[in-house]
Design a protein. Structure first.
Length: 270
């Protein structure tokens, strides 16, 4: 069994952030955004209190991309810890560094989320000491200064953590008897997988964009990095699936019959 909770520090807290995602990120006219916005340019909907002026109507006004984004708590960490509560409006000299640090911190927090999930999995008990060490090392990196964060080799950090996550995945998925599907990195764009038995499948990095997964059995599947944009998960069972994050769920389509891991929230637009 696993602990269904996600640590508070890994959940976005917009009240404790300086609207960083609304400034640091780039927008381009598409199905996700109605306008162009350069990195470092505040979104026109950002209020003086760093809150979104159209938060309740983002999808209706064309800002679907905002509703699927999740900083994994990186925004408040950068705002309150890295820059000690100094916001980019009052201290404009910090703006450039602050916006550049956000994506680095987001990647570190994403890794922390995976490691925290792995630590809570009973099947990963043999790896707990190594997982705890990796988590502590990654957490320490999140508390370094802007210069150290910007100089951080994220490729190397991911390479150090990934073998542990792979081994965790193997231990979890071996609970499913029989041959398990290996579709790691597979191109499953628009695939017809309605009712498919994908229990314990390796779907790491798979392209499941607009795939039909209605009623599919995804219990104990590894979904780390899988692209679920517009995937149809109506009636699908993702109970016990591992390394599935809220951004993936937000980008997919589902309904009241979709079964999610307890740590994830059913999106309001389902």
């Amino acid at each position: 069994m696993s602990d269904p909770t996600v640590p508070t520090e890994l959940r976005a807290d917009c009240d404790s952030c300086f609207g960083l995602c609304c400034v640091a990120l780039t927008f381009s006219p598409s199905a996700d955004f109605p306008v162009d916005k350069k990195a470092g340019e505040p979104c026109g909907n950002l209020r003086t209190d760093f809150r979104c002026g159209i938060h309740r109507t983002l999808r209706q006004t064309g800002y679907r991309g905002c509703t699927v984004y999740d900083c994994f708590g990186a925004g408040q960490k950068v705002s309150r810890v890295t820059f000690g509560g100094r916001d980019w409006r009052q201290a404009p000299e910090t703006a450039g560094e602050m916006f550049a640090v956000l994506p680095v911190m987001r990647q570190l927090h994403e890794l922390l989320g995976y490691l925290d999930e792995a630590l809570a999995l009973e099947a990963a008990r043999p790896l707990r000491r190594e997982l705890r060490t990796a988590l502590d090392e990654t957490e320490q990196l999140t508390r370094t200064g802007p210069e150290a964060l910007l100089a951080l080799d994220m490729t190397a950090r991911r390479a150090a953590v990934n073998p542990l996550l792979l081994r965790t995945s193997e231990l979890v998925r071996e609970r499913v008897r029989g041959r398990k599907k290996n579709r790691r990195g597979a191109d499953l764009l628009g695939a017809r997988l309605k009712g498919a038995d994908l229990r314990g499948a390796d779907l790491r990095g798979a392209y499941l964009i607009a795939a039909d997964l209605r009623g599919a059995d995804l219990r104990l599947a590894d979904l780390i990095g899988a692209d679920l944009r517009d995937a149809d998960l109506r009636g699908a069972d993702l109970t016990g699936s591992i390394f599935l994050v809220q951004t993936q769920v937000n980008a997919a389509k589902g309904d009241a019959a979709t079964r999610l891991p307890p740590a994830l929230t059913r999106p309001g637009h389902w």
